[in-house]
Design a protein. Structure first.
Length: 100
């Protein structure tokens, strides 16, 4: 199952990012989609509302929701937490930004 592989212990070779990164990425995406701050006690309800709202809005199945929302957000968060800023193009050259 892709979800289990993604959420297993972080391992670049396997393509997993860890359960904490998946959970945090889901909460960040839900908070952005619902345009609200999610309280600690309301996490499950917020995730359910986000899932329901997104599936109804786009009319796709759970696999598509995973592929379009969960996996990319989890991988991006893992890169950020690992300090792989080059992937986000946060490169500073001598304090001067260059536009290519």
């Amino acid at each position: 199952d892709k979800w289990d592989t993604l959420a297993s212990m972080p391992d670049a070779e396997v393509g997993s990012v860890g359960r904490d990164n998946v959970a945090s990425a889901c909460l960040l995406r839900a908070s952005a989609a619902l345009q609200t701050k999610i309280r600690k006690n309301d996490e499950a309800l917020a995730l359910e509302n986000w899932l329901r709202q997104d599936l109804i809005k786009h009319g796709y199945e759970g696999k598509e929701f995973y592929a379009k929302n969960i996996e990319p957000a989890s991988r991006a968060l893992q890169l950020y937490r690992d300090g792989s800023f080059d992937s986000f193009e946060f490169i500073s050259k001598g304090g001067k930004e260059t536009a290519d």
